[in-house]
Write a protein that binds this ligand. Structure first.
Ligand code: HEC
Length: 114
C-alpha cells in the first residue's frame, strides 16, 4: 500500500514537471520538436541530415533566408545529394505561419555559436 502511494506521488510529480517543461517550451524549439526535425538534425553530429551547427554555419545568421527556404521559396545552400529526404518536411514547414517559420529559423541559427 505504501509503495502504491509513493508510486502515485512520483507519477504525479513527473506529470507536473512534464507540464511545466511543455509550457516553458515555446517558439522555434517546440515547432522543431513537434515536426520531428530532430530525427535527422542533431545538435552535435551529422545523422541522416546535416547537424544543426552545420546548417547554422551555412546560413550565418540569415534568418530571413532560412525562413524563406523553409517556405519553399529559396534553394538549399547545402547539397549532400539528399534533398529528397527533406522534401516531405518542407511540405510541413510551408504550412506553418510566417512567425512560426521565423522562430524555427531562429532556433536553428541559435546553434551557430559565434
Ligand atoms: C528524414 C530526415 C529529415 C527530417 C525529418 C528533416 N530533415 Fe532537414 N534535411 C535533411 C537532409 C538529408 C538535408 C540535407 C539535404 C542535402 O543537402 O542533400 C536537410 C537539410 C535541411 C536544411 C538545410 C537547407 C539548406 O539550405 O541546405 C534545413 C534548414 C533543414 N533541413 C531543416 C529541417 C527542419 C526545420 C525540419 C523539421 C521541420 C527538418 N529539416 C526535418 C533531412 C531531414
Amino acid at each position: 500500500m505504501k509503495s502504491f502511494v509513493l508510486m502515485t506521488l512520483i507519477a504525479l510529480g513527473c506529470l507536473m514537471v512534464g507540464t511545466m517543461l511543455l509550457a516553458a517550451d515555446t517558439g522555434g524549439e517546440a515547432t522543431f520538436q513537434s515536426l520531428k526535425c530532430y530525427i535527422c538534425h542533431k545538435p552535435d553530429r551529422r545523422s541522416a541530415g546535416p547537424s544543426l551547427p552545420e546548417i547554422a554555419k551555412a546560413y550565418g545568421g540569415q534568418q530571413q533566408q532560412l525562413a524563406q527556404y523553409l517556405k519553399g521559396e529559396s534553394e538549399p545552400l547545402l547539397d549532400f545529394g539528399n534533398q529528397h529526404l527533406m522534401q516531405g518536411k518542407l511540405e510541413k514547414t510551408k504550412e506553418i505561419s510566417d512567425g512560426d517559420r521565423r522562430d524555427l529559423a531562429d532556433y536553428i541559427l541559435s546553434f551557430g555559436g559565434k
